[in-house]
Design a protein around this ligand. Structure first.
Ligand code: ACO
Ligand SMILES: O=CC(=O)O
Ligand code: MG
Length: 355
């Protein structure tokens, strides 16, 4: 397989298209909030959500009825044209690359609202060839529409082939912003025997060994995480490529407790955010994907104790060194990025006293 040289990788793919970015900016994206632009009730709520959520995503793919595909596309153009998004990013999820709608999705959105669109989410990505296709098309359309800065690409990891190719997908283009887990389509594609949109399953468990050989006696059951392997693989692929990993949908809107657990697992494993399908999931995501006061307090104590950052010190009976300092700096840096856009968090983090 032939690879592009570094100089070609960062050259625009169409005459007149903006130059690709050399680094993907670390813009907060704790919640990517989905709305259906063809649904008048949802669409009406979008302007008031600006500033309350990091990303608003006009969804054109699954969950939008086939009869409403054109209305959703046109609805998104209208909302984008009429709304000042301020600090909130505007993303879209286009229809899949084999669908009858995707070409018109891209032509319409990039030429009409390209300057407002930050990221295009591409579903059911199978391999780098899908990203190359969207990459070139975006460049051609940016040139046609006079778009001034490159629109980034976000892939959904929701096919078995996509998971097998995740490293190549992550580094397929300088437009690659990040990757989300798509547990619902991935489960179907893998022929998993679940019937849910993300989250766990009570049947996927590990059981304590029999006590005194009594297999029918009381034995503790530990439910396992169906998504651990894929999220970890995705996080590694994204970190290696310098892009951002996300959990995806949690379909049980009423189970806010399990949603929080699933989001926190993803946060701890390295994800920067998740999807929100319903307004009540935004607050959960914003909270979970922001470092806690306790974490920042501890991280700042380690930073202070480590002085010039070399050597080893004891803090509360625990050894700290360069590696634990680096982990603490991940949290401190994230807190600074979030404080810059979230005044409540800034107040919270500023009030922390390090003893
Ligand atoms: C596997 C995947 O691909 S996941 C991604 C695709 N799926 C989606 O994007 C789903 C997006 N979400 C939704 O469609 C809806 O939230 C549903 C269908 C799950 C639930 O909708 P409802 O039954 O209307 O929920 P509910 O009655 O609690 O809504 C309360 C209010 O919030 C509004 N609302 C619900 N979801 C959203 C949303 N995502 N964004 C903005 N407003 C919303 C409703 O319109 C309703 O407004 P109203 O008070 O003016 O009547
Ligand atoms: O698109 C998301 C999914 O889980 O499927
Ligand atoms: Mg899907």
């Amino acid at each position: 397989m032939s690879h592009k040289s570094p100089k070609d990788f960062f050259a625009p793919l169409a005459v007149g298209a903006p130059a690709p970015l050399r680094e993907i900016p670390a813009r907060p994206s704790r919640a990517i909030h989905f709305f259906d632009p063809s649904n008048p009730k949802m669409a009406a709520k979008v302007p008031a959500m600006v500033g309350t959520v990091d990303v608003l995503l006009g969804n054109l793919e699954d969950a939008v009825k086939a009869d409403n595909k054109v209305a959703a596309r046109e609805g998104l153009v209208k909302i984008a044209s009429e709304t000042d998004f301020g600090p909130t990013q505007l993303w879209t999820r286009i229809n899949s690359l084999d669908s009858p709608w995707v070409l018109d999705d891209l032509i319409t959105l990039v030429t009409e609202i390209g300057d407002k669109l930050d990221v295009v989410m591409v579903p059911k990505v199978q391999g780098p060839e899908d990203i190359h296709y969207v990459d070139r098309l975006l460049a051609q359309l940016e040139a046609k529409g006079g778009v001034q800065r490159p629109i980034l690409i976000h892939a959904i990891l929701e096919t078995a082939r996509g998971v097998a190719n995740v490293e190549e997908i992550a580094s397929a283009s300088p437009r690659m912003q990040g990757i989300s887990l798509g547990p619902a389509d991935l489960a179907a594609d893998r022929k998993m025997k679940t019937t849910r949109v993300g989250g766990g399953h009570p049947g996927y468990l590990v059981r304590q060994d029999p006590v005194d050989g009594d297999i029918h006696g009381q034995r503790t059951v530990f439910q396992q995480d169906l998504w651990h392997y894929t999220i970890a693989k995705m996080v590694d692929a994204c970190a290696a490529a310098g892009i951002y990993p996300y959990y995806g949908p949690f379909g049980d809107i009423t189970d806010v407790v399990a949603a929080e657990d699933q989001f926190r697992n993803a946060f701890l494993l390295g994800c920067v955010g998740t999807w929100s399908l319903h307004p009540k999931q935004i607050e959960i995501a914003n909270r979970v994907f922001s470092p806690s006061v306790e974490d920042i307090k501890h991280a700042r104590r380690v930073v202070a104790a480590m002085g010039d950052g070399t050597g080893a010190v004891m803090l509360d009976g625990k050894m700290e060194d360069d590696a634990s300092l680096k982990q603490c700096l991940v949290l401190v840096d994230l807190a600074e990025e979030l404080a810059a856009i979230d005044p409540k968090l800034k107040e919270l983090y500023d009030a922390i006293e390090v003893d």
